[in-house]
Design a protein around this ligand. Structure first.
Ligand code: ATP
Ligand code: MG
Length: 762
């Protein structure tokens, strides 16, 4: 009804409304953070559907993460109800491309059941190829080759199109790339980059097909356009006619994937690509307070390479952005954890707080602190669930059920759990498979009909094939895939193998349980496996966000999101900006880091808190740190440098200054960092041979008087005390024997531990 239509449009400002209602022809919305770009895109989608301009399946909608796609789907459901169902082509570039590829896989020599390899598989395969070519894999690692190939694919280069000069291992780049692509085809597999690359091949070689898709997609909508790479750009161009109804939204200041081949120029090129395109600018920020916006705007203004834009907000509530110096990473974690608890007591929900880090190594300290204080938290992305060995094993079984051609999956689990099929036999099978151009499973089936196998290999192989066939039948009969998974884990002996492992078997079984639970959200096994590969490689977001948990994620993963309270730790030279960007020639890397800082600050709605540590464990080494140059670039008008956090105490270190004196010494906020006292402090800590906080005394000094230190003598312990142990988790004290405790751990069972290794929790 017209009333209904007015509903979803009524909250928009005139520019937003224009972007929503200009449904015909190309539109580019170019605007800063929090100005409602994503909201415009969602509303536009709702508008197109509500006014009957197109059916849901005639819309191509591309978001940057799966999480964003899910949220958009949800919001549209709220806006216009069930008519939003059937948005079949709403997803990330990769998920949409995977769908298209499934339909036409045979055009690039694949079956529609193809598997998408994860990086682990990919690297194992590349290792084989490097070894076969007698290339030193220490010097030219599989990882670096994977990176190179990915880089080529992001630029839309097949082996045939690889420009001269693009190379790997002294002249072997082209050949390796070509062999790799051939191997993938025999495995009926593709890697992540192939999803788009194969699409490009199909769409450019089959004009009729491309035309069909161009007709199908009557409206195209793209979020985070500034981060599209060449392949994605070419793909969009193939699916859009120059007069097409395409709407892209983006912000050049938030282009943070240059290192992955994203080209911010795609934005600038829009007007040329789509003559007569309408460019809409949005300037009102609806997300953040004026202090947050002021800090972020000043920061990004340092960048030379930007279009430049105005942003304003009506929200003049809230405090200045706090900036704090702390002793080390542990102190930073304590500070933030304590502030989270304080905020919680003031009524802010855990899920409304986020800790955004530059690099995942920063996460550990927070995780540990949160576990200790029982602060519920969720790591989004990070050392991920799906990358655990037991999860990979389960996936390998499922992949082999899904597609027998998947030799990498075969190799991974043919002897896991141990079946007595030795490495030599496996290599022999793979060799025969390659020689005959068949899959390993086919080779096995063949071998079983001959007398080439010794009985001790023959029997377990025959059982293995029989089991796989049975599980596949089970799946084909319509047994839900998570039940098939449970069955195969039990029947294969995998569960028993984990039960027998007393150290981490239980954790692994818990993870596998988690896995079968997660699978239930997917209708088909294929859908699930596809989701996994997409989530693992590109999407930094976790499958489902539980409400009520603090969110820990990387700055890259936070793009497009917003939280009332945002913590930005680790603003130190070498961490943020990263060492690599500092070492790089020119300003390109640094400017990208600064855009990342801008993304970070602009995630905050009410409150942003920045911190930096004087000492940090970086990749296993203690180093003394200087505050980030980005800290200096923040304007005092919007920033509150805090010195009295109590998380900075260099008392045991002669010559070490506290930040307070630095703040006091310096006439301006930024100037103080290079003061001689700071330099002196640096030279002291850099010569300190060991981790500064390693001794209990130091720890006590740093912790201050207010925090209890773990009790050291046995008299402090009594039966029934609840404790936490780094390795075994929570438990209760059963008995005290001198400095040793017998603890019944909730998960790990009864153990004798030395008392200094546990912390009292009750
Ligand atoms: P980013 O660049 O970070 O992706 P964005 O431009 O996509 O930001 P949105 O996430 O769409 O911005 O919007 C930011 C916040 O402002 C959201 O909470 C959104 O609901 C709100 N918002 C946007 N437009 C309006 C409006 N017209 N009235 C009220 N709130 C709005
Ligand atoms: Mg957005």
């Amino acid at each position: 009804s017209p009333q209904g239509a007015a509903d979803y449009l009524s909250g928009l400002n005139p520019e937003q409304k224009l972007a929503v209602e200009t449904t015909e022809g190309p539109v580019l919305v170019l605007a800063g953070a929090g100005t409602g770009k994503t909201r415009v895109l969602t509303t536009r989608l709702a508008h197109i559907l509500a006014t009957g301009r197109a059916k849901p399946w005639e819309l191509l909608v591309v978001t940057f993460t799966n999480k964003a796609a899910r949220e958009m789907r949800e919001r549209i459901g709220h806006l216009i109800g069930p008519s939003a169902e059937g948005l079949r082509w709403l997803g990330t570039f990769h998920s949409v491309a995977a769908q298209i590829l499934r339909r036409h896989a045979e055009l690039v020599g694949l079956k529609s059941s193809f598997t998408i390899l994860d990086t682990d598989d990919q690297e194992r395969l590349l290792k084989q190829l490097l070894e076969a070519a007698n290339i030193d894999t220490k010097k030219h690692t599989p990882k670096s080759l994977a990176h190179m190939i990915d880089h080529w694919k992001n630029r839309g280069w097949t082996p045939e199109k690889l420009p001269p000069g693009e190379d790997f291992a002294n002249g072997k780049g082209h050949a390796l790339y070509a062999v790799y692509q051939k191997r993938l085809a025999t495995l009926n597999a593709c890697d992540f980059g192939d999803l788009l690359l194969h699409n490009l091949t199909i769409l450019s070689q089959h004009a009729d097909l491309a035309e069909e898709y161009r007709r199908r997609f009557r409206y195209i909508l793209v979020d985070e356009y500034q981060d599209t790479n060449v392949a994605q750009y070419l793909w969009l161009r193939l699916l859009t006619s120059s007069t097409g109804n395409v709407c892209c939204v983006g912000d050049d200041d938030q282009s943070i994937y240059g290192w992955r081949g994203a080209e911010v120029d795609n934005i600038l090129r829009f007007e040329r690509d789509f003559p007569g395109a309408r460019i809409v600018k949005l300037e009102r920020n609806y997300r953040s307070t004026k202090h947050i916006l002021g800090a972020a705007s000043a920061l990004i203004a340092t960048n030379q390479d930007r279009l430049g834009k105005t942003l304003w907000t009506e929200d003049d509530s809230g405090d200045k952005v706090r900036v704090r110096g702390v002793w080390d990473g542990e102190a930073e974690a304590r500070l933030i954890a304590d502030e989270i608890e304080t905020a919680r007591k003031q009524g802010i929900k855990y899920k409304d707080m986020a800790v955004l880090v530059r690099a995942s190594f920063q996460m550990r300290a927070f995780e540990e602190r949160f576990v200790m204080l029982a602060v519920p938290y969720q790591v989004i992305g990070g050392p991920r669930f799906f990358e655990r060995a037991e999860i990979r094993d389960a996936h390998a079984y499922l992949r082999l059920i899904q597609s027998e051609d998947d030799d990498l999956a075969f190799e991974r689990i043919v002897n896991v759990p141990k079946r007595g099929i030795g490495d030599t036999s496996v290599q022999k099978i793979l060799h025969i498979a390659r020689e005959n151009g068949v899959s390993a499973m086919q080779a096995v089936r063949h071998l079983l009909t001959t007398d080439e196998l010794q009985a001790r290999t023959r029997t377990p192989l025959a059982n293995f094939v029989r089991d796989l066939d049975r599980w596949r039948d089970l799946a084909n009969m319509g047994t839900p895939h998570w039940q098939v998974t449970e069955t195969l884990l039990d029947e294969s002996g995998y569960t028993d193998m984990q039960k027998a492992d007393r150290t981490s078997g239980q954790t692994r079984l818990d993870n596998l349980k988690e896995l079968t639970q997660a699978m239930q959200a997917f209708e088909t096994l294929q859908g699930y496996l596809e989701h996994v590969s997409l989530v693992m490689d590109l999407d930094r977001a976790a499958p489902e966000s539980e409400s009520g948990a603090v969110q820990i994620m990387t700055l890259h993963g936070a793009k497009g999101l917003e939280f009332p309270l945002v913590f930005l730790p680790g603003w130190e030279e070498g961490v943020f900006p990263s060492q690599r960007s500092i070492d790089e020639k020119g300003m390109k890397g640094l400017e990208e880091e600064r855009r990342l800082a801008y993304v970070g600050v602009t995630r905050a709605k009410q409150d942003a808190r920045i911190s930096f540590a004087a000492n940090r464990l970086v990749y296993g080494r203690w180093t003394s740190q200087l505050p980030s140059r980005f800290v200096d670039e923040l304007p005092l008008a919007h920033v509150d440098p805090q010195s009295d956090t109590g998380y900075y105490n260099g008392g045991g270190a002669p010559g070490m200054q506290q930040p307070k004196s630095r703040w006091d010494d310096s006439p301006s906020f930024g100037g103080g960092y290079s003061s001689p006292s700071w330099k002196r402090a640096q030279s002291f800590t850099s010569s300190a041979p060991t981790r500064p906080a390693s001794t209990p005394a130091r720890k006590a000094i740093i912790e201050g008087q207010s925090r209890p230190v773990a009790p050291k003598s046995s008299s402090d312990w009594s039966r029934g005390d609840r404790v936490f142990h780094q390795k075994f988790g929570y438990g209760a004290v059963r008995a005290v024997e001198g400095n040793k405790l017998i603890v019944a751990f909730d998960k790990a069972g009864e153990k004798k531990v030395i008392d200094t290794f546990v912390e009292k929790t009750s």
